[in-house]
Write a protein of this length. Structure first.
Lengths: 620, 514
């Protein structure tokens, strides 16, 4: 083994150790698991759903592997192995093609791109497997170059048909574009032209025939498979770049030998030259490129808002409310979903009633409840909120809609199983639990709840079921959870004031909507809850209401206003008066000490939802 | 050559092994010493006991829900060979060829299932024999349905499928990824004829797909004078006309309880679509201020049956609206409408009537009744009823369960009907077949058999609008998808209709006067 090989092995090892650690400690495949919700069922119907279209076999394998993302360490191992395999095959292909220059960099470039892609939580393992299988097929095709023409054509057709079925149109596209690049750069005779033409014809015909005659797929699915964006799937540009990279790489192998020889240029200062081995500029360039690109790919995905949203959703799902608030504080964003989950976190940390205005509310009430077009986009987020609240009808409604979109999502199925058990619809619950029982990851969970259904004592002991049943509305009413969800909160509060979350959400809604009349109407319900004092924000709103409405008397029952808050409001009003009632003039001064009050929110924050966002979803 | 020899050896070895496996797999009469005979029937799922089955049905595979180490099943009748199955699994999968032979030889005879289970080694328990009857009359060989998730507003994957009832072959008529993922619904056939089919596509590719005598068309049945395009269809037996309801459909969701959703019409009327003339027509008699919907033709084509609810009082709650069963005469030759009669009033039954379907001989009318409304697929109170059109008497069928029984359709010979029921899991509709004898008696229904007996336990899709057809649908999916993706032909509105006389919602809700 020569020195260069040893260096390459060391670099590759270091790279993949870093890659693994990056996945383990930073990217966290468990968040990818949560975002993608893969499930693998030992079930014939489930299998047939994958066998009935090109690329289904790879998707099936991907589902099997990605379910283990649930365990961060297993996810990290799986991804590392797949990327390692792609790298190895790229290396073998480069060796077979006789490439001797920049081999280390070239073999690691796909891995670097895959680092980036696996760092984004939406990226599915399917695409990496597609890459793996197409490079593997190409590796075998490369071995036919010395065989007879007819044999090569036969291998080409057979491998294309098999690859198209197993991995889909995108795999075929990568494979055949590599084959085409290989044939074009090695054109020797007429047969080479024929082979190149054959490749093009195969690329056009196989997907077409599969869509036309065999499978129930459209042409886009037949030709592009996972490359085509869909409603809930948007492949990254990096993925397109990665797919294009491979045919370009093949073309490069032919021309690499003509590239200018820059090995003669010495980059080491003369003084050092004597004391150390000469570092070839090629090696230095490769090292440098690998390091820079790796650092970039390790860090860039974490700066995206989508990444923050996915992390916030994950933390909300796992109930890491403090961490969620910290993440939101560290990464300010006006994204509606982030507001939505932050407000959930405020409730769960006991801050919704008292410290609501310590956090920005640029979206006002729109950050509290999803309504209109957005409610049918953020289905499980909505379901989560209402489930927390014991509003099981709505939690179930949105979960069923989510099941339509994400048929076998374990998160959705578990929610439906629970809501049906809470509602006493055991037949429906059983059907859903039966599905989960076929998944090795969720079997135990499903068996436990199956036991609950059959054993009333067990059911009575289950804390989730019982806590929700206690606060669940028992009166039937028509849901308003699409257009006016706050009306449902009114129903729930009026029926069962012990539902603290519904009450606090309703009050927060009125405060954020600056609807103090409704706020005051519902304030007496406070006595039914266990609040020892009136929450700070409520007191602030109350003072403000009294001052603007000149209300003489409001019954506070056993409660008293806090002296400090009254004084603070007096000071606030004093500043406004000092500026002759000119709110604009008083803004800077008030912002320093009172930006965390309802008064400041009422005067200065004019919530608006992002019109672009609405426009985007309206189109959907 | 050496290599070839190696391959030949491997292949022939595999074939030999497979042959041996096949020979030894078929159980000979095992020695079974029955220590105990139970007087009970064995628990089996799906419930294929005491029912009447068609002679051309696929094997009724089932799972034995009794604890045992081994299961031995004998299936036999008066004539022919006994089918013997010995298995360690509780799933009983019956060989299709032997099953078909047995049924063919025994039409009109009883079919017996003897179930034995080995409780401990060598100790077998035998259950009381399960008895089913093989009817003389065949069932239509295909069932067409839409498969759809239990969600209410959204959809993702959706398709209309055809299933060969004589085996387990299921294939799509059309799936919505060939139609930009749009919704498709309301498939309908003219007297079980697979060559006369229609269904709707909604959304960006909206239109009614009409497949008649080998020609596929896409029609936009919406006009300036109708409140919507055609919704619930009914083929005139002549194949020349289609009756449709036009509806403004709304839905609301319940917060609690066993009814999850209320689907109701703000307004609805009836229209007729003349296929050859590409013309929509209506009459003030079926486009009234009240709500007319769910049309169906009598088999002789002389009457259009439909349901009608009175215009709701101000702010009347949607869950108290009840529909009457009506009919109106129609002469296809002169295109003249007759008078509207009330066939059965909700005030008489106390329930709301919907989905009338008349037997092919014209004698019986099968329909649903529920506490309210017409979209009964979501109402657990919905049951099937049968009316003798000769006497006007109707009765509640004893085939109903405590769960939803809804959409139903007749076989071509009128001896079978299929209906959608949620009785298996309270959540998803499954197609159940019921034998209907010449005296108007119904027998215990059975669910569409599946190859995997546990199939329904985990299948979370609804079998929507089950319709039986006589044969496979001879439409090329590619051609069909091309028409679906193409532009719809706009139907004309019949100029002879007195627009001003349309007192109904059609005029109120629909387009402006010219």
């Amino acid at each position: 083994m020569n020195k260069q090989n040893i260096v390459a092995i060391i670099v590759r090892t270091i790279f993949f150790v870093f890659f693994f650690l990056y996945l383990l400690y930073r990217a966290n495949p468990a968040i990818s698991y949560f975002t993608q919700q893969p499930i693998f069922l030992f079930d014939k119907v489930y299998l047939l759903n994958y066998l009935n279209h090109p690329g289904g076999v790879t998707e099936y394998l991907s589902q099997f592997l990605s379910q283990f993302y649930y365990f961060t360490w297993m996810g990290a191992i799986i991804i590392t192995i797949v990327v390692l395999a792609v790298t190895y095959l790229t290396y073998k292909n480069l060796k077979t093609l006789g490439v001797k220059r920049y081999v280390l960099l070239l073999q690691l470039l796909p891995a670097i791109a895959l680092v980036f892609l696996h760092g984004t939580y939406e990226y599915k393992l399917d695409s990496s497997l597609v890459l793996l299988f197409s490079t593997l097929t190409f590796f075998h095709y490369l071995r036919t170059t010395r065989h007879k023409f007819i044999y090569r054509v036969f291998v080409l057709i057979l491998s294309s048909v098999v690859l198209h079925y197993l991995s889909g149109g995108d795999a075929l596209l990568i494979y055949l574009s590599m084959c085409l690049a290989l044939e074009l750069v090695n054109i020797k005779d007429f047969k080479s032209f024929i082979l190149a033409d054959t490749i093009i014809i195969i690329a056009l015909i196989i997907p077409y025939l599969s869509a036309r005659l065999i499978f129930y797929i459209n042409l886009k699915e037949a030709y592009l498979h996972l490359l085509a964006p869909e409603e809930n799937y948007h492949p990254s540009h990096i993925l397109y770049g990665l797919y294009i990279f491979f045919p370009i790489l093949i073309a490069y192998t032919r021309f690499s030998e003509y590239l200018s020889d820059i090995t003669q240029i010495k980059i080491i200062p003369r003084k050092l030259e004597k004391n150390m081995t000469l570092i070839k500029p090629e090696t230095a360039i490769q090292f440098l490129a690998i390091i820079i690109l790796t650092i970039l790919t390790f860090t860039v995905p974490f700066k995206s808002e989508q990444k923050l949203i996915d992390r916030v959703k994950f933390m909300a799902h796992t109930g890491e409310w403090e961490s969620l608030l910290e993440a939101v504080r560290d990464n300010p964003s006006d994204n509606r979903l982030i507001y939505f989950h932050r407000n959930r976190a405020l409730y769960h940390t006991g801050e919704l009633a008292g410290n609501l205005f310590k956090y920005p509310h640029n979206l006002g009430k729109y950050g509290l409840l999803m309504e209109g077009v957005l409610s049918v986009v953020y289905l499980m987020d909505n379901s989560d909120l209402y489930f927390d609240m014991g509003h099981i009808g709505s939690a179930q409604h949105w979960a069923y809609e989510a099941q339509t979109k994400f048929e076998n999502s374990p998160r959705v199925l578990k929610r439906l199983a629970l809501t049906n058990i809470i509602n006493g619809d055991f037949g429906s619950a059983k059907s859903i639990l039966n599905i989960l029982k076929k998944s090795m990851l969720h079997r135990k969970w499903a068996e436990y709840y199956h036991l609950c259904i059959t054993d009333p004592l067990k059911l009575d002991e289950d804390p989730i079921i019982q806590s929700k049943r206690k606060i669940q509305p028992s009166d039937d009413f028509f849901l308003n959870d699409i257009l006016e969800p706050y009306k449902d909160l009114q129903f729930i509060v009026e029926e069962n004031i012990r539902n603290r979350m519904a009450f606090e959400y309703l009050m927060a809604y009125y405060l954020l909507d600056k609807d103090l009349a409704s706020f005051i109407n519902y304030l007496p319900y406070l006595t039914e809850l266990d609040h020892k004092v009136i929450p700070v924000n409520y007191q602030e709103a109350l003072l403000y209401y009294v001052s603007i409405k000149d209300a003489k008397r409001i019954d506070l029952s056993r409660y008293k206003l806090n002296r400090n808050i009254v004084d603070r409001y007096r000071d606030y009003a004093g500043i406004v008066l000092k500026n002759n009632g000119d709110l604009e003039a008083a803004k800077d001064e008030l912002n320093k000490n009172y930006s965390d009050t309802y008064w400041y929110y009422a005067h200065y924050i004019k919530p608006a939802i992002n019109k672009e966002e609405i426009k985007t979803y309206s189109k959907k | 050559m050496k290599i070839y020899r190696k391959y030949i050896f491997i292949v022939s070895s595999i074939i030999a092994i497979l042959v041996l496996v096949y020979i030894f797999k078929s159980p000979a009469k095992p020695k079974i010493e029955v220590l105990y005979t139970s007087q009970n029937l064995p628990a089996i799922l799906p419930d294929y006991t005491n029912t009447v089955i068609p002679p051309n049905i696929a094997p009724l595979n089932f799972a034995v829900k009794e604890n045992g180490d081994k299961f031995y099943i004998k299936i036999y009748s008066v004539k022919g060979d006994t089918i013997r199955l010995l298995t360690k699994e509780n799933s009983i999968v019956i060989p299709i060829k032997k099953w078909k032979r047995l049924l063919r030889q025994n039409t009109g005879n009883e079919l017996y299932f003897d179930v034995y289970i080995e409780e401990t080694r060598g100790q077998w328990k035998r259950f009381r024999t399960i008895t089913n009857l093989i009817a003389n009359e065949e069932i239509d060989s295909y069932l067409v349905y839409r498969l759809i998730n239990p969600g209410y507003i959204l959809w993702e994957k959706m398709g209309i499928y055809k299933r060969n009832i004589q085996n387990y072959d299921e294939s799509p008529v059309l799936v919505n990824n060939l139609a930009e993922k749009n919704c498709m619904n309301c498939h309908s056939f003219n007297r079980n004829n697979p060559d006369n089919m229609m269904f709707h596509i909604r959304g960006s590719m909206g239109g009614t797909i009409l497949f008649k005598d080998g020609i596929i068309r896409k029609i936009n049945t919406g006009t300036r004078y109708t409140m919507s395009a055609g919704v619930y269809p009914a083929w005139h037996p002549s194949g020349k006309l289609l009756a449709f309801s036009v509806n403004i459909i709304n839905q609301k969701f319940y917060s609690y309880g066993h009814e999850s959703i209320e689907v109701f019409d703000r307004a609805s009327d009836l229209i007729l679509y003349d296929i050859d003339a590409n013309m929509v027509t209506t009459s003030p008699k079926v486009s009234t201020i009240h709500k007319e919907t769910t049309p169906v033709w009598s088999p002789d084509g002389k009457y259009l049956y439909f349901t009608r609810a009175h215009k709701p009082e101000n702010k009347q709650i949607h869950d108290s609206i009840k529909y009457d069963l009506m009919r109106i005469g129609y002469d296809i030759e002169s295109r003249q409408w007759g008078d509207v009669d009330t066939v059965l009033a909700a005030s008489e039954t106390g329930l709301s009537i919907t989905w009338p379907r008349i037997s092919p001989d014209g004698r019986y009318l099968l329909f649903c009744m529920a506490n309210h409304g017409y979209f009964t697929i979501h109402y657990p109170s919905s049951d099937l009823y049968l009316m003798d059109l000769e006497t006007g008497e109707y009765n509640h069928l004893d085939i109903n369960s405590g769960q939803v029984e809804s959409f139903h359709s007749w076989s071509r010979n009128g001896r079978w009907f299929v209906f959608a029921s949620k009785r298996l899991n309270d959540l998803c509709t499954r197609p159940f077949f019921c034998y209907f004898d010449s005296n108007g008696k119904t027998y215990k229904p059975f669910v569409l058999p599946q190859k995997d007996p546990g199939f329904y336990n985990t299948f979370l899709k609804n079998y929507n609008v089950p319709e039986m057809v006589a044969d496979r649908i001879n439409v090329n999916k590619w051609e069909l998808s091309k028409v679906v993706q193409g532009k719809a032909i706009n139907a004309e509105f019949d100029q002879s209709v007195d627009i001003d006389a349309l007192s109904g919602a059609t005029r109120i809700q629909g387009g402006q006067h010219p």
